[in-house]
Design a protein around this ligand. Structure first.
Ligand code: ATP
Length: 201
């Protein structure tokens, strides 16, 4: 009997906090590329950002946000690895756990513009196919990358960012309907984002 390889989406992010832009992007890619599962991978210590919330909070918010979708799972590979998070390490670890799967790394149009600056960029293409999704305010293009390695997908436009969610909470504005209800409750319970950040924002 011939069994086809499982097709696994990998949605990496800081998820500080996870919002509906992330969830819609993952859901649309799963539908369009016939994925069996999308693994959300909250970063440990992201090398490009400072002032990030503790990874355990970001991991738990991601678990809460994805719980209602049976195709969504959350991985601790980056949270549990010491040191800064690089996508090449994320993909290597996932490949070890799922040697027979085809991996599809999902990233927004803003992130894809930067891939050429990522660590071990040539290795990335061996580990996964990349799918760049549209994001309001960013042009969706290959940004000098090869169409052999990267596919582009238009997804419903949600002009939501984690930066904006954090700033709203700090100013006392609601984030209902920008992030899942359980994430709103988690943020309130743990008093996250109560102070206006000064760096990276
Ligand atoms: P921040 O504002 O803190 O930089 P963010 O909203 O960009 O955060 P990340 O966790 O950094 O969220 O994003 C993870 C991935 O999801 C990235 O590839 C990013 O491009 C993509 N993404 C984030 N928001 C959206 C959105 N509204 N629509 C499409 N893709 C998105």
């Amino acid at each position: 009997m011939v069994t086809s390889k499982r097709r696994i989406g990998v949605m990496g992010g800081t998820f500080d906090p996870i919002h509906h832009g992330h969830l819609v992007a993952a859901s649309e890619v799963a539908q369009s590329f016939g994925l069996d599962e999308v693994v959300f991978v909250p970063t440990g210590e992201p090398w490009q950002k400072s002032n990030v919330s503790p990874s355990e909070h970001r991991y738990l918010m991601t678990v809460i946000a994805t719980a209602s979708n049976p195709r969504f799972t959350v991985s601790r590979v980056d949270v549990d690895r010491e040191g800064p998070t690089y996508t090449v390490d994320t993909l290597r670890d996932l490949r070890k756990q799922m040697p027979d799967a085809e991996l599809y790394f999902i990233s927004g149009a803003d992130a894809v513009e930067q891939i050429l600056s990522w660590k071990d960029v040539d290795k990335l293409w061996e580990l996964a196919h990349f799918i760049a999704v549209s994001r309001p305010g960013h042009e969706l293009s290959l940004s000098g990358l090869s169409g052999e390695h990267v596919s582009l997908l238009e997804v419903p436009a949600l002009a939501i960012s984690s930066t904006d969610c954090r700033a709203r909470v700090a100013r006392g504005y609601p984030v209902w309907y920008l992030v899942p209800d359980g994430v709103v409750q988690y943020i309130a319970k743990h008093e996250l984002y109560t102070e206006e950040a000064t760096e990276d924002e």
